[in-house]
Structures are given as structure tokens and as C-alpha cells.
Write a protein that binds this ligand. Structure first.
Ligand SMILES: Nc1nc2c(ncn2[C@@H]2O[C@H](COP(=O)(O)OP(=O)(O)OP(=O)(O)O)[C@@H](O)[C@H]2O)c(=O)[nH]1
Length: 355
């Protein structure tokens, strides 16, 4: 690659939002796009809006223009993607967000989940097809879903059986990061109870391999089984806090520190801004607070770190963890899918029963 082409290289970063209906997914997409727009205005850089129609190959997914996300918020009935070209850490990225219809009736959860995983797998199939071409397209776009934000309803006091089922299924195909939507519904005490309860279910009770969760098997590959069992009994941390307490943060390298920072925050809380009904523009509290929410008895800055983890989440997604999320997608999820496909093909060829 010449220095010139590297300079002009644009990489893709694709984030999906999933969760029950009404937990604030579309509002999150709007908030994220609005903060990117505000940043552009501060930096006084020319608009880098760019629509990217790569997802349209999947006919059931629409490609939205940004204007389509303005106006009164409506229920998402069909999945759509929206893309914007941004610059992060001097790198140009096409950020694509895939918004999905919320889960509704419980009996439909499995059907909707099936559609979402099929969509993710379809992107792997596109990569597989590209890789098996004799002459690969150097301009092929990376459509894989690098991260899935799973929105949890703040009214629940813990994950329910559906959340657990969804998280397990999704974590088998994509990097999942849990988010508590509409966090203004929680008092500080409720938030401080809900976060550890969700982590306890994910880490201790159900061992769901969401993004960043420690993989205890990796270090013990060479040990024989008995030794491994013995070690696990004595060593496996009982909680994520126990796991984190094994590290001396100051002595760790930057990569480890950023994983530890991430593990200490999850699940991220999020509060979306509201539009002024009269103007249709975001509620602005003063010159510094551009994305607010007004309750009548008071108002809050939706980006304020006192109320919400949005700023940290945005930094994790677009800056500190983007590279790891992309690497994990290829090395962990795509490779696993590819192996499964090859095994399936081989099994069908020699007539073995497939599942
Ligand atoms: N109080 C509060 N309300 C919110 C927040 N985010 C969204 N809402 C409101 O909740 C309702 C649903 O928000 P959406 O963003 O459409 O939720 P969704 O998860 O995309 O819903 P579906 O499209 O049905 O999947 C809207 O009336 C929003 O204004 C929030 O952070 N706090």
C-alpha cells in the first residue's frame, strides 16, 4: 500500500442495537449521531456525512438517510442502517449503525432473535464468498457486525429469562456490550443495585461470554484435566470484582488497563436527549449543555457523566476498544462461523447427520 492510499483509507465500523421495544435504541442512535454532529461543529470541519448502501444487499434491511431519523420518534418496525463518516484519532471511519425492531411479545422473541443472528451470519457469508474468489475485490466493504449493544430495561431489577437467552445467543455470534437504557428511570441507589446484579448474572450465574469477559480456559490449555479442575476449584474468581481485584492497575500495560476500565463500568447507563416539541430541535439547557432532558421539576444534561455513561461508552466504542472489537469479530466470531460452515459442508458431503 502506498503512503497516499493509506492516508485515504477508510475503515468500516458496524454497530448493531438490540433490545426489547421501547428501551431507547432509536433514541440512542439519534443521540450518538447528534453528538458526532456537535463535535463537527466544534471542530469546524466540513460535514463528513456519507451514506453507505452496503447493507442493502440484505433486502429486508433499509438504508436510512439521516433526515429520516428526525421528527417525532416512532417504533422501529423494520431494521435499517444509517452511516456517517467520522474521524477518530486521525483515522477515517464509516460508522454504520444497524437499528433493529425491539422484541415485543415473548412468544416472538425466538423468531426475532433468529432474524438478527441470520443477519449477522449473512455478513460472515459475504466475507466467506469474497475470500473464496480467485480475484478478490480490493474495494470490498467490511460489513461484519463488530459490536452489538444490548439494551436492558431499567424497570427490571435483574436480567430475566429472555435477556439471558438473548445474551447467550448473541454472544455466540457477536461482541455484545450491555447497556441500561432510559437510566433516568433509576435513582442512584437503584442503579447501584442493578449494575452488580446484571454482572452477577452474566459473569457468575450464567457465564455469558459478552465482550471483554475473562476467558479462564485460555491460560490453562496445557494443563491436564484433573489439574485444571483442581485449579478451577481453588482459583476461579467467584465474581467479576474478585477477578478485577487480582490486578494491580498501575502496573498493567495500557491495553490491560483499558480492558479493566471497561469491565469496571459495564453495564453502561444511557439517557437519551429529548427534542423541544415546538422546534423539533434538541433541548438545550445553556450554551454548554446542548443535549438535555426536561422533567418539569428539573432538567439533566444527557451527556453528563454524573447521570450517564454515554461519554465513556462512545469513547470505548469509537476509540479505545474499536480495534479489539474488530479483531475479536474476525478472530473469534468469523473464524468460528467459518469452521462451522466447513464442518457442515464436509458432514453433508459424507452423509453424516447434521444438527
Ligand atoms: N425518560 C426517558 N425516555 C426515553 C429515553 N430514551 C427514549 N425514551 C422514550 O422512550 C420511547 C421509546 O424510545 P425508542 O428510542 O423509540 O425505543 P426503541 O427501543 O427504539 O423502541 P422500538 O422502536 O419499539 O424497538 C420514546 O417515547 C422515547 O422518547 C430516555 O433515556 N429516558
Amino acid at each position: 500500500m502506498t503512503p497516499r492510499s493509506r492516508k485515504n483509507a477508510v475503515s468500516n465500523f458496524n454497530v448493531m442495537v438490540v433490545g426489547f421495544s421501547g428501551v431507547g435504541k432509536t433514541s440512542f442512535v439519534r443521540t450518538l449521531l447528534e453528538t458526532l454532529l456537535l463535535e463537527e461543529q466544534v471542530e469546524d470541519t466540513p460535514s463528513k456525512k456519507r451514506r453507505d448502501s452496503f447493507m442493502s444487499e440484505n433486502s429486508s434491511v433499509y438504508v436510512h438517510e439521516e433526515q429520516q431519523l428526525q421528527g417525532p420518534i416512532e417504533k422501529t418496525l423494520t431494521p435499517y442502517t444509517i452511516s456517517r463518516e467520522i474521524e477518530v484519532d486521525r483515522e477515517r471511519i464509516v460508522l454504520t449503525i444497524i437499528d433493529t425492531p425491539g422484541f415485543q411479545q415473548e412468544y416472538l422473541v425466538d423468531k426475532q432473535l433468529h432474524d438478527i443472528t441470520k443477519y449477522i451470519e449473512h455478513q460472515f457469508d459475504l466475507t466467506l464468498a469474497e475470500e473464496s474468489k480467485v480475484k478478490r475485490n480490493p474495494k470490498a466493504v467490511d460489513t461484519q457486525v463488530h459490536c452489538c449493544l444490548y439494551f436492558i430495561d431499567p424497570k427490571k431489577s435483574a436480567l430475566d429469562e429472555f435477556d439471558i437467552r438473548i445474551l447467550k445467543r448473541l454472544s455466540n455470534r457477536v461482541n455484545v456490550i450491555p447497556i441500561i437504557g432510559k437510566a433516568d428511570h433509576l435513582t442512584l441507589a437503584q442503579r447501584n443495585r442493578l449494575k452488580p446484579s446484571i454482572i452477577k448474572d452474566i459473569y457468575t450465574n450464567y457465564k455469558i461470554p459478552i465482550y471483554g469477559m475473562p476467558d479462564e480456559d485460555l491460560d490453562e490449555e496445557d494443563d491436564d484435566e484433573e489439574e485444571e479442575e483442581e485449579k478451577e476449584k481453588t482459583k476461579a474468581p467467584q465474581s467479576l470484582d474478585d477477578f478485577l481485584s487480582q490486578f494491580d492497575y498501575e502496573k498493567e500495560d495500557n491495553d490491560t488497563q483499558s480492558v479493566l476500565d471497561y469491565l469496571r463500568i459495564i453495564p453502561f447507563t444511557f439517557i437519551s436527549y429529548e427534542d423541544e416539541p415546538e422546534t423539533g430541535k434538541p433541548i438545550q439547557l445553556d450554551n454548554d449543555i446542548k443535549l438535555g432532558r426536561d422533567f418539569g421539576w428539573g432538567s439533566i444534561d444527557c451527556l453528563g457523566e454524573k447521570y450517564s455513561d454515554f461519554v465513556k461508552l462512545k469513547h470505548v466504542l469509537l476509540s479505545t476498544h474499536r480495534r479489539y472489537l474488530k479483531l475479536d469479530t474476525v478472530e473469534r466470531y468469523y473464524e468460528q462461523y467459518r469452521t462451522e460452515r466447513l464442518m457442515y459442508k464436509r458432514a453433508t458431503k459424507i452423509g453424516l447427520p447434521t444438527q
